[in-house]
Design a protein around this ligand. Structure first.
Ligand SMILES: Nc1ncnc2c1ncn2[C@@H]1O[C@H](COP(=O)(O)OP(=O)(O)OP(=O)(O)O)[C@@H](O)[C@H]1O
Length: 225
């Protein structure tokens, strides 16, 4: 699905990441961990083409991302659902419309998607919050809404950046279950997180590989988590 081969990312004359090789194969479940500032968000951005690698090659569905033109890149991105760390929404739009934004901006008629949207809102437990404005939402509601928005286009891959940041244990478990369900539906999942207890909880339920950024390199973490 997404392969990084000997990828590096440098800026301002310094290397942030180097010699990164990883294959997010179909249906795989990966965690990405590492200290704050180690480059987790940067690595996610490299995976979906928001940043261009300064060394090596990133391939999406077999294609070198550098070779994609604008339209091809837009098609590639549609196959990737991203849960951003800061979960931003348009504050003047009700939650249901925020979740539907990827559909509407890509030209779908919302009228024909109501059933899909309703189902998705139910899946994340936000049916009753459909008309709420984003500033009225709790942290956990925002995180679940961000996940719903990331998957509304039925992506093949979900990249989630700290999807359980700022929520309590119970809510983080709920979010984890949603991500595990997505994986069971066949989606490829990559979760960047600091939360080792989340990783431990997942490992008893799914076959997950844990990648750790350490000193600008990516390592496969052992069973010692
Ligand atoms: N193009 C760039 N120009 C300047 N600084 C950059 C650039 N790209 C990345 N950085 C810096 O590199 C560091 C790594 O950032 P990144 O957000 O990827 O780390 P992270 O592991 O996700 O951190 P956190 O866990 O705190 O979210 C940060 O200090 C960031 O500001």
């Amino acid at each position: 699905m997404i392969e990084l081969e000997n990828v590096g990312y440098s800026y301002g004359g310094g290397e942030l990441l180097g010699e990164i090789s990883v294959d997010l194969s179909p249906g795989s479940f990966h965690f990405l961990t590492g200290p704050s500032g180690s480059g987790k968000t940067t690595l996610l951005r490299l995976c979906y083409g928001a940043l261009q690698a300064t060394a090596g090659q990133v391939r999406g569905f077999g294609e070198d991302l550098r070779g994609l033109d604008r339209d091809q890149m837009a098609l590639f991105r549609r196959r990737i659902g991203v849960v951003h760390q800061d979960c931003r929404f348009l504050d003047h739009l009700p939650l249901s419309e925020n979740i539907a934004l990827p559909l509407t901006v890509s030209g779908h008629e919302l009228a024909g998607q109501q059933e899909n949207l309703r189902e998705l809102m139910g899946w994340v437990g936000l049916t009753k919050r459909a008309d709420a404005l984003p500033p009225e939402l709790s942290g956990g509601e925002r995180q679940r809404a961000a996940l719903a928005r990331a998957v509304i286009m039925s992506p093949d891959v979900v990249l989630a950046d700290e999807p359980t940041g700022n929520v309590d244990w119970e809510m983080s478990q709920r979010l984890l279950q949603l991500l595990i369900e997505l994986n069971r539906m066949g989606k490829t999942i990559l979760i960047a997180t600091h939360d080792l207890s989340l990783i431990r909880a997942a490992k008893s339920q799914v076959q997950a590989r844990v990648l750790r950024i350490s000193n600008r390199r990516l390592q496969l973490a052992g069973a010692d988590l």
